[in-house]
Write a protein that binds this ligand. Structure first.
Ligand SMILES: C[S@@+](CC[C@H](N)C(=O)[O-])C[C@H]1O[C@@H](n2cnc3c(N)ncnc32)[C@H](O)[C@@H]1O
Length: 251
């Protein structure tokens, strides 16, 4: 799946271009606005990854997120040996951490996972980029109670996963780990993300990871700008990954 404004016969031109790339280069990975030529993309044939990913990816959009989820599951596996809990800021329907929790068998892990969201979109006061809360233009607003219940059901089998409903950063007062090994930031708003980092960054253990979901996407440059300043002020740098994610390793 690709995001973009396809008009007229754009889609068939795009499909023809992919065919031409396949003819020229053999193996072509093309998903989630990422075209990679002659890459192994080993996660596609990794049985453990595929089983966890395929169990949870339902929509075309979720199915397109393989490489991003490969980064997240790799990070989650790595951070098992880093002291601290896991945190996701921006959960929506819980897709990413449903895959992560499945992949690392989180119920057997001696850590907690905290999942924070309003389940009602970006709060008005923190919607710095004036983003629509609908995922797609044609979508009508989703029922927050239904999204929240879906997420609670998804993680019900994990006694060590806590779903915290409310506005970040205020919701951290309800429940917040002392130490964080893995922090996933996916709030689609620079104000929300910086507000989260102001509270959580100091809790990230040396060697722990912070992954920014939107960091390299051109439509989200305000987040990158704010996060580069935030990280730079604390002597850190974020690496931009081809998936559009950003990765920071805490010193
Ligand atoms: C892109 S979605 C998260 C997607 C999710 N990580 C996944 O894997 O599917 C962004 C979410 O951030 C939430 N959000 C944005 N700002 C927030 C804030 N200040 N407090 C709580 N939730 C917020 C929205 O409600 C929305 O569900």
């Amino acid at each position: 799946m690709f995001y973009g404004k396809f008009e007229g016969n754009d889609k068939s031109i795009f499909q023809d271009s992919l065919k031409a790339l396949r003819r020229m280069f053999g193996r072509v990975y093309a998903q989630d606005n990422l075209i990679a030529l002659q890459r192994t993309a080993g996660f596609l044939t990794d049985k453990r990854f595929r089983a966890a990913f395929d169990r949870h990816a339902q929509s075309d959009q979720e199915k397109s997120l393989g490489w991003r989820l490969h980064i997240l599951t790799w990070a989650a596996e790595h951070c098992l040996s880093v002291p601290g809990d896991y945190v996701e800021c921006g959960v929506y329907r819980g897709f990413s951490f449903a895959v992560v929790a499945d992949y690392v068998n989180f119920a057997s892990v001696q850590k907690n996972l905290f999942l924070y969201d309003t389940f009602a979109g970006i709060p008005e006061a923190l919607n710095s980029e004036n983003r629509s809360n609908a995922r797609y233009e044609e979508e009508t607003a989703e029922d927050p109670d239904a999204i929240y219940s879906h997420v609670v059901r998804t993680f019900a089998a994990y006694p060590n996963i806590k779903v915290v409903r409310g506005i970040i950063p205020d919701s951290f007062a309800e429940a917040c780990p002392e130490q964080i090994a893995l922090l996933h930031v996916d709030l689609n708003s620079s104000k929300s993300e910086i507000a989260a980092l102001e509270v959580l960054f100091d809790k990230v253990t040396p060697g722990g990871f912070v992954i920014f979901d939107d960091y390299g996407w051109v439509g989200y440059q305000e987040q990158k700008r704010a996060e580069d300043i935030f990280a730079g002020d604390r002597g850190h740098q974020i690496v931009e990954l081809p998936t559009g994610q950003g990765l920071l390793i805490k010193r």
